[in-house]
Design a binder for this molecule. Structure first.
Ligand code: MF3
Ligand code: CO
Ligand code: CO
Length: 340
């Protein structure tokens, strides 16, 4: 999350079929921070900003290559959202393992409760209680004005659905996204749940979206590029004629909830920052049964599919190791995807 403004502002309309990056013509655009950002898209939670470069900056950037700065951090350091990609050591892995496990246990424990007749507010109450019982606090509670302990996104809602009076109905699909903050570490994960009898078309979307997440994770190893993840996800989703949402993306995390880098889910292989041991980030593809376009509701949070088609999402928090990656939020009970 790089923008300073409130997400409720949503001051621009994203193009219906926005590319992963704006087309590069004679002006160079980079993802980044700085003065005069041009908001372009939102991510997992925050916004992506694209900044226009002056001629001097463009020449410098062409000479230097894309700015991907890495910073090795220890667990007791104050970590700034300064655009650098953080590289963590064993203490970071231990912290994320514990936070991720709690996230997974909460998602596991929700399984019997996700039934027709239950409200999303009741699910939120359960998540808050389980998070507190686990010795953590919900990172979303009070986050940029969000007043709930999880996000509940039903059917055509892509992400950031607000828990409330809405009642689950037979045939619904719902994403529940939790982020316990445990001992200073964020475990961010979401899964889809099937409510009662769900039509085959929707179940297929859910299955393929889970495959997208895992195919993305397969790419996550030292030496690969971040774009390899998005390329693999996009290829799989579009192979099924589904739309990959561009306006929201995964994100670095650790001591911070939303940090660099942005993990886009539609990308070109071989592009983006190199993956290095110690990097922590989420992969959280949002896949639409129809076109990829997004519409924001007036509450400033709820993102829905522009064409009202169903949308699904799964999210894991992972850490790059010497040989591959560790999934911090894997289900201890094997309940990573439905049917549960
Ligand atoms: N957990 C979401 C993510 O995957 C972020 C939710 S922020 C909220 O990044 F404020 F909407 F809850
Ligand atoms: Co996330
Ligand atoms: Co999340």
């Amino acid at each position: 999350m790089f923008g300073a403004g409130k997400p409720s502002g949503f001051p621009f309309a994203a193009p219906a079929h926005s590319p992963a990056r704006p087309p590069i013509k004679c002006t160079v655009w980079v993802a980044g921070r700085g003065s005069g950002p041009v908001p372009q898209a939102f991510h997992g939670c925050g916004r992506r900003t694209l900044q226009r470069l002056s001629d001097d900056e463009r020449r410098f950037s062409a000479y230097m290559g894309p700015m991907n700065r890495y910073q090795t951090v220890t667990a007791d350091e104050t970590v700034l959202r300064d655009g650098t990609i953080k590289l963590h050591g064993p203490d970071g892995f231990a912290g994320m393992r514990a936070a991720g496990r709690l996230a997974a246990e909460i998602l596991d424990a929700l399984v019997p409760f996700v039934q027709p007749g239950v409200t999303t507010g009741a699910i939120d109450d359960l998540v808050r209680q389980m998070t507190l019982d686990g010795g953590a606090v919900p990172a979303t509670l009070g986050y940029r004005g969000f007043a709930h302990s999880c996000c509940t996104s039903i059917n055509n809602v892509i992400c950031h659905g607000i828990p409330g009076d809405k009642v689950l109905r037979d045939g619904d699909i719902i994403n529940i996204d939790v982020t316990p903050l445990l001992n200073g570490w964020h475990g961010d994960s979401s899964r889809m749940y099937l409510v009662g009898e769900v039509p085959l078309k929707a179940r297929r979307l859910v299955d393929v979206t889970y495959e997208c997440l895992m195919i993305g994770i397969e790419q996550a190893k030292p030496g690969a590029r971040l774009g390899d993840i998005g390329a693999a996800i996009q290829r799989h989703a579009e192979g099924h004629r589904y739309g990959v949402v561009r306006e929201f993306c995964g994100h670095g995390l650790g001591r911070l909830f939303h940090d660099a880098p942005e993990v886009i889910h539609a990308a070109r292989a071989g592009t983006g920052p190199e993956l290095r041991p110690g990097m922590f980030f989420t992969i959280e593809p949002m896949i639409n049964l129809g076109k990829p376009g997004v519409k924001m509701l007036d509450d400033g949070w709820t993102a829905v599919t522009r064409d009202r088609s169903l949308s699904a999402q799964f999210e894991h928090s992972i850490g790059i190791t010497e040989t591959g990656c560790e999934i911090f939020t894997a289900s201890p009970k094997g309940l990573d995807k439905p049917p549960y």
